[in-house]
Design a protein around this ligand. Structure first.
Ligand code: ZN
Ligand code: ZN
Ligand code: ZN
Length: 376
């Protein structure tokens, strides 16, 4: 919470969002706590039943509506440097206040409003009641095109997040060894995620032996055995809000099943091919296909059961989705994971994941730790 983003960068985002709302014919955006609010104001607000909401009209000045008791926190975030803050008391109708701010800025009727994609349904319905004549749409259709292209300061944030999670993977030998449970290993990893610079731990997947065949395995009390392959997929959020997400698959003390070693090489080649396919002008689907073709040619196509990747930024999972059928054209500043996996049910699995960012002429990997099979 101590991190205060650069006011100039926030001002530019607010201006672009206002212009984008006007261009889309959306009269006002109502942005409640979440990544969109943090993106626009720097304020990491608590999602509460009391209304906190940025009112961003297509013409005029944005105003942040906050409950009286959150006013100090909103000011401390630096949001007050870039938007006006309006407080409401316990007995006020905060939704009427926010709706009135939008109508005042527009100087008349509000016909179409964009509500934050993650706004609570009860708040959406209160806004509908406060503006009965207005149609509602998602704020995401206005904000997503802005957030999907990371600016230089955001890429720096993702780069720092990548370096921090790489340092955790570099220390894996301290914790991952036969005789320990997945849960004990995961607790040590969680401590290290914070120690290496993250503000919060978002997830610690430690999937050993047959558990590795479940991509989103819930870390259990299974004891790691010698020769087990272990999928370790970990991530956190840095103090500036940007997320890390990196997977390595290790072998714990001993030699792995020969088939595991065989398909690990296929997976490594697939991950490399997929990263190499990233550049401006190609589709998201083509990056998925680059990984999938290598795995299919290697004979394991039916065991690669998920998309190749997801966008990342202020959220762990955001657009663009790196998936078959997604014709989104990649552009400089897009950041996403490349994380193909091979999962043999009941036996074992492997995944290799890096975050990459599209550059002017290619790709930059933000996770740079070794991808070779490491026996710990
Ligand atoms: Zn995932
Ligand atoms: Zn991951
Ligand atoms: Zn991921």
């Amino acid at each position: 919470m101590a991190h205060r983003p650069d006011a100039t960068a926030l001002q530019q985002r607010l201006t672009r969002a206002t212009e984008a709302a006007a261009a889309a014919g959306v009269d006002a955006l109502f942005v409640t706590p979440g990544a969109d609010l943090r993106y626009l104001t720097g304020y990491e607000a608590l999602p509460l039943e009391r209304l906190t909401c940025l009112v961003l009209p297509a013409r005029g000045e944005p105003v942040l509506v906050v409950p009286r008791l959150e006013h100090a926190a909103a000011e401390a975030s630096g949001a007050g440097d870039v938007v006006k803050i309006a407080t409401h008391e316990e007995t006020d109708d905060a939704f009427a206040l926010a709706a009135g701010l939008a109508s005042d800025a527009l100087g008349g009727a509000v016909a179409l409003v964009g509500v934050a994609d993650r706004m609570w349904a009860e708040h959406v319905l209160r806004f509908r009641a406060a503006l009965p004549q207005a149609q509602q749409t998602t704020a995401g259709q206005v904000l997503r095109p802005l957030r999907v292209i990371k600016q230089a300061d955001e890429i720096d944030g993702l780069r720092r997040a990548g370096a921090a999670i790489d340092r955790v993977h570099d220390r894996m030998a301290e914790w991952l060894r036969p005789g320990r449970t997945e849960a004990a290993i995961a607790r040590d990893i969680a401590d290290a995620i914070v120690a290496e610079g993250h503000a919060t731990v978002n997830f610690t997947i430690v999937a050993s032996g047959p558990n590795g065949a479940s991509p989103h395995h819930h870390t259990s009390d299974r004891v790691v055995e010698a020769g087990d392959s272990v999928v370790v997929d970990i991530g956190g959020t840095m103090p500036d809000g940007y997320c890390s997400d990196c997977t390595r698959t290790y072998v714990a003390g001993g030699s792995p099943d020969p088939e595991f070693a065989r398909y690990y090489d296929v997976l490594l080649a697939a991950q490399k091919a997929s990263c190499a396919a990233v550049r401006p002008g190609v589709t998201a689907a083509s990056v998925d296909a680059a990984a999938r073709d290598v795995i299919t040619d290697g004979g394991y196509g039916e065991y690669f059961v998920h998309r190749t990747g997801h966008g990342i930024g202020l959220e762990e999972h955001e657009e663009p989705w790196i998936v078959a059928g997604n014709d989104t054209i990649l552009a400089p500043g897009m950041a996403f994971s490349i994380e193909p996996g091979i999962y043999l049910p009941g036996r074992h699995g492997a995944r290799i994941e890096d975050i990459v960012v599209v550059t002017e002429d290619g790709v930059e990997r933000l996770d740079t730790g070794s991808r070779e099979l490491q026996v710990l």
